[in-house]
Design a protein around this ligand. Structure first.
Ligand code: ZN
Length: 247
C-alpha cells in the first residue's frame, strides 16, 4: 500500500521533468537576423528562413539593429543570426551583445559577418575567427589583408561528421565565394574544411562563448549558395544546435 503513493510520486516527478522539455522541443526558435553594411540577395536569403517551419524571424538592419539586443528586447530571441558587415558599435552595444550571449543564447555568424567590428577584439573571440580588412599586427605577427574570390566551385569536406550541425551530411561541392588568409582561432572546433587553393582551410566551426553556442559558416555569398541543399541543412541544424535543442 505504501508503494503506490511512492511510485505515483516518481511518475509525477518524471512527468513534470519531461513536460517542459517536450514543450520546449516543440516551440519554435526565435531568431533575430541582423544585416546591414553589405548587399545580398535579400528575398532569397530570407526565404531560407521562411521555408524553415522550426523558426520565427525578426529581421533588423544597422544602424538600428543594436537596439534589439537591449535587455528588454533581447529576451524575445533565442538565437542571433549575423549576416551583417558592420564596424560601428558603442559601449552599450558591446555590453548588450556580450550579455545576450552570456545569458546562454546562441549565435550563428554567416559569411561576411566574420569581418564585423575590426576594432573590437572581443568580437573575434566571440565568433572564434578573424578576417582582416587591412594588414593587422596580431601578437607581433603581421597578418596580410584577407582575400576573396567569387564564383568558385568549392569542394567541401566534412571534418566532423558526428557533430549535430553536420549530422547526415556528406562531402559536397557548392558554388560560392571563397575567403583566403583569414583565421580560425584556438578554441574553435572545425566542422568543414576545403582544399580549394583560394580559400583558407577551415570554413566552418563551432565554439562556446560563456554558455552560448556559437557557429561560424563562411559559405553563403548569394542565392546560388542559399539554394544548395547542403547549405540549407547546415543552417537548419546550426539553428537547432545553437538553440540547445540538440546536444
Ligand atoms: Zn560574399
Amino acid at each position: 500500500m505504501k508503494i503506490i503513493p511512492f511510485l505515483s510520486t516518481i511518475v509525477l516527478a518524471a512527468l513534470c521533468a519531461l513536460q517542459p522539455t517536450t514543450a520546449r522541443a516543440a516551440e519554435k526558435v526565435r531568431l533575430l537576423i541582423v544585416s546591414g553594411g553589405h548587399g545580398f540577395d535579400t528575398n532569397e536569403f530570407f526565404q531560407l528562413f521562411k521555408d524553415n517551419p522550426e523558426v520565427t524571424v525578426v529581421a533588423a538592419t544597422h544602424p538600428a539593429a543594436h537596439k534589439l539586443l537591449r535587455p528588454e528586447s533581447a529576451a524575445n530571441f533565442d538565437v542571433l543570426v549575423l549576416y551583417d558587415m558592420w564596424q560601428k558599435i558603442d559601449d552599450e552595444g558591446k555590453a548588450d551583445f556580450v550579455n545576450f550571449l552570456k545569458s546562454g543564447k546562441g549565435m550563428i555568424a554567416l559569411h561576411h559577418s566574420i569581418a564585423n567590428y575590426q576594432d573590437w577584439p572581443e568580437y573575434a573571440k566571440i565568433v572564434g575567427g578573424r578576417y582582416y580588412l587591412r594588414p593587422t599586427l596580431v601578437d607581433g605577427v603581421e597578418k596580410a589583408r584577407s582575400i576573396w574570390k567569387h564564383d568558385v566551385e568549392v569542394p567541401v569536406r566534412i571534418a566532423d561528421a558526428k557533430h549535430p550541425v553536420t549530422s547526415g551530411l556528406k562531402d559536397f561541392v557548392i558554388h560560392d565565394e571563397t575567403y583566403g588568409l583569414f583565421d580560425m582561432l584556438p578554441g574553435s572546433h572545425a566542422l568543414l574544411t576545403t582544399e580549394e587553393p583560394n580559400s583558407a582551410k577551415n570554413i566552418a566551426w563551432v565554439k562556446t562563448y560563456g554558455d552560448a553556442r556559437v557557429m561560424y559558416l563562411q559559405l553563403g555569398h548569394d542565392k546560388k549558395a542559399y539554394a544548395n541543399p547542403n547549405f540549407r541543412q547546415l543552417v537548419a541544424q546550426a539553428i537547432r544546435w545553437a538553440a540547445k535543442k540538440e546536444n
